[in-house]
Design a protein around this ligand. Structure first.
Ligand code: ADP
Ligand code: ZN
Length: 518
């Protein structure tokens, strides 16, 4: 069995003329019976890497996937291509499961999708021993790693695959993996001398832009005017926000719907279908939307709120431009979103909290960056770019910097004189000489720097303070009511004459967009 046979199967069953370069190498290894790890971005063409071997190898390829909704789509697509396939999961009755199992035993099946729960359920291994398993494919393999963004404890038990079936090759696939996750996948699945394939995660056709979160609704309608009738997704943080944003867009004459996990399966299927068929232009969705959605002409993805981490962000924007045509990713960023996410994270499980917070920090730094954004994203996945991308807002419009030493000194001095007891909002009020009750009751109107930063807008103060945070010139004490603290570096600026450059910003309107919140 060689790659020529696989090429024929690709053409016959999938209708593609040739493999993408990495697919061919991967499949060659799988056909040789080697264990393989595939790190390939969404849309890269991972499915073919196990579906084609499944077709040409004798026996059944067992695919472990955590996404039950996705299994159904995949199986339907395979059946439509004339490949016998089925799935087994908790959504089915016993009789249906028995029928599928007997088809497998009779050798009438090429691919069998199972959830990890099903795979690990009593009796399932003895069933597997009755059929000829040609290959195990572990999809969404990053779920195995506690370092990843989608840890699923049941995945850590998948090592039994190698223990029970040492002869059967395993292909592990994921669209997102940093080095730690990669290592976890290999170790925890007990892969034997696996060959690791890392595709470039670069999606050069996706333009990257970050905009401040003020007036987001107006910014979105402006954006939509420029993307007349082009399909796109707006990711929101809450279910309620998806609904209210869709309603607002509709009342402004746009074609929009919403999608979230709180809807009935029928409602969800309806929204998804409408989008796939181009009957609706815009889906306002929570992160529940998009897994396995194979729509190649999504022209843009907007993040109404900052995502929790770079992995999720990259996966979500990766749903745009799968056809390779120019597409846009627009991210709205506000400090309020960060606070919001932070409080959501601190409700979570203790062990994971710190990690999640660090990941959120990285996301925030991305949003605030003043260097090529694609560089930052790819670096995050361990890929170094030779040169700047030329297709992000920073590359197109490099920030001009200026000597901001005086501004930084004013902020630092205000922090010192408020005994490091002010959070960002209060500090800005002090700097701008606001007479609000919090300032007055703390007696901060009596300190020397009170009102010293009146000439700088609230918005610009926020941005300067973020730059200072990123540069380590100040610190933000999450555990002390988010008060700002001085650092070693602050002292260099205050006492040792260190000078600091700041990035200049365009003028932005001060008017606040009413927040759409749950
Ligand atoms: P992933 O699972 O990595 O997100 P998919 O397997 O869903 O990617 O493939 C993404 C898209 O690319 C699908 O529309 C698929 O049909 C298409 N595709 C995959 N391999 C090829 C190929 N060799 N030639 C042309 N199109 C391909
Ligand atoms: Zn760039």
């Amino acid at each position: 069995m060689d790659i020529r046979e696989a090429r024929e199967a690709l053409k016959l069953y999938f209708g593609y003329e040739q493999f993408r370069p990495m697919q061919e190498q991967i499949i060659t290894h799988v056909l040789q019976g080697r264990d393989v790890v595939v790190l390939m971005p969404t849309g890269g063409g991972k499915s073919v890497c196990y579906q084609v071997p499944a077709v040409v190898k004798p026996g059944i390829c067992v695919v472990v996937s955590p996404l039950i909704a996705l299994m159904k789509d995949q199986v339907e697509a395979l059946l439509a291509n004339g490949i016998p396939a089925a799935y087994l999961n908790s959504s089915q009755g016993a009789e249906e499961q028995r029928q599928i199992e007997s088809q497998c035993v009779a050798g009438k099946m090429k691919l069998l999708y199972v959830s990890p729960e099903k795979l690990l359920s009593p009796g399932f291994f003895s069933f597997l021993k009755h059929i000829k398993v040609s290959l195990f494919a572990v999809d969404e393999a990053h779920c195995i790693s506690a370092w990843g963004h989608d840890f699923r404890p049941e995945y850590t038990q998948l090592k039994v695959l190698k223990q029970q079936f040492p002869q059967v090759p395993v292909i592990a696939l994921t669209a997102t993996a940093d080095r730690l996750t990669q290592k976890d996948i290999q170790e925890q699945l007990y892969l034997q001398d696996p060959k690791v394939f890392v595709a470039s995660f670069d999606r050069p056709n996706i333009n990257l832009t970050v905009k401040p979160g003020q007036n987001r609704f107006n910014k979105i309608t402006d954006f939509l005017e420029r993307h007349h009738k082009q399909p796109g997704i707006i990711y929101c943080l809450s279910r309620k926000a998806t609904e209210s944003l869709a309603a607002k867009l509709k009342s402004n004459g746009f074609s929009a719907t919403f999608y979230h996990a709180g809807m009935s399966p029928q409602e969800r299927a309806k929204a998804q279908e409408a989008f796939l068929r181009d009957n609706v232009q815009i889906v306002c969705a929570t992160i529940a939307f998009g897994m396995g959605i194979d729509k190649s002409n999504v022209r843009w993805v907007i993040h109404y709120n900052l995502p929790k981490n770079i992995e999720s962000y990259y996966q979500e924007i990766g749903r745009a431009g799968r056809d390779g045509a120019n597409s846009e990713a627009l991210l709205f960023y506000s400090f309020a979103d960060v606070m919001n996410l932070r409080s959501m994270l601190t409700e979570g499980e203790k062990g994971q909290q710190e990690l999640q917070l660090v990941k959120l920090d990285r996301m925030q730094q991305y949003a605030e960056a003043s260097i090529c954004r694609r560089r930052i994203l790819l670096q995050y996945f361990g890929e170094t770019m030779e040169k700047d991308c030329g297709n992000c807002d920073i590359c197109r419009n490099p920030p001009t910097t200026f000597d901001g030493t005086v501004i930084v000194q004013k902020a630092l001095s205000a922090i010192a004189r408020t005994q490091e007891q002010a959070n960002m909002g209060l500090l800005i009020d002090v700097l701008r000489g606001s007479r609000n009750s919090q300032v007055l009751s703390a007696g901060f109107d009596k300190i020397k720097t009170y009102g010293a930063g009146r000439d700088v807008s609230t918005m610009d103060w926020q941005r300067y303070l973020h730059q200072m945070l990123n540069a380590g010139l100040i610190d933000l004490a999450y555990d002390q009511n988010y008060t700002l603290k001085l650092t070693e570096q602050s002292k260099q600026v205050l006492f040792d004459g260190r000078r600091v450059n700041l990035v200049k910003f365009e003028e932005v309107k001060q008017q606040e967009e009413p927040q759409i919140k749950a």
